[in-house]
Design a protein. Structure first.
Length: 77
């Protein structure tokens, strides 16, 4: 017996309420298994959102002394 036949046998024994839940879950699984195709230089994540590289460019600033060890930690170095 194939997996498809086993699934059909189980589905045929379910009530309409449970069958509705099976359909919703199957649609969820089908949606999650879709292949993600990059769009131009953007990428689409698993939730379907487009990620654009550099969207926060020049919106965050690091201080000039970011890589320097703070004075309170120098004794541990």
């Amino acid at each position: 017996m194939t997996l498809q036949q086993q699934a059909l046998d189980v589905i045929e024994s379910l009530s309409d309420d449970k069958l509705s839940q099976v359909i919703q879950f199957a649609e969820y699984l089908a949606e999650k298994s879709k292949i993600v195709i990059p769009v131009q230089n953007n990428t689409v994540n698993e939730d379907g959102y487009v990620r654009k590289p550099g969207i926060l460019k020049k919106k965050m600033v690091m201080s000039d002394d970011f890589d320097e060890t703070p004075d309170c930690f120098k004794e541990y170095m």
